[in-house]
Design a protein around this ligand. Structure first.
Ligand code: CU1
Length: 168
């Protein structure tokens, strides 16, 4: 039952996200979800099923910017090695998030990336929303095989806030 409760809370956060409420308070239940997952019913899809693979290489900084010129990730196209990570940091124009396009991912890559969102994971392949400058989302590409993986920001998808990660 606790598991279902977490899923409902996560859904509520998605629905309520546009209101820009207290994100730190909303993030708390989701942060506890990955740790609780092994003991919970495996059939419940909303929580990551895989094990997060930590960053063992370098961490690349990506800015999330929104101003009069538009909304963007900068840089938007990143190349890294397996085991590296990306730290996405809000500069302006939040809320921003990081969402990977599941339709373009092999199932094993999707499962690992999903798990690698760790405490920042709010829904499948979707990070929580970051409102304030300086807040960040760190994503590990540990155990991610070579390929090109596209991501976007949900609130600014229509403004073409997109990017890609090439793991070589
Ligand atoms: Cu954004």
């Amino acid at each position: 039952m606790r598991f279902i409760g977490v899923a409902l809370v996560s859904s509520a956060v998605v629905l309520g996200a546009c209101g820009g409420g207290d994100t730190s308070k909303q993030a708390a239940p989701a942060a506890g979800a990955p740790a609780a997952a092994p003991a919970a019913a495996p059939a419940a899809a909303p929580t990551a099923t895989g094990s997060a693979a930590p960053i063992t290489g370098k961490t690349i900084e990506v800015k999330m910017i929104g101003d009069a010129a538009g909304s963007k990730f900068e840089p938007k196209d990143i190349t890294l090695s397996p085991g590296d990570g990306i730290k996405f940091t809000v500069v302006s124009g939040g809320p921003h998030n990081v969402v990977f396009d599941k339709t373009k991912l092999a199932p094993d890559v999707a499962a690992q990336l999903d798990a690698n969102l760790g405490a920042e994971r709010m829904a499948e392949l979707t990070s929580n929303l970051k409102m304030n400058p300086g807040e960040s989302i760190i994503v590990s590409f540990g155990n991610i095989k070579p390929g090109k993986y596209e991501f976007n920001c949900t609130p600014h998808l229509a403004m073409n806030m997109k990017g890609s990660v090439t793991v070589k």
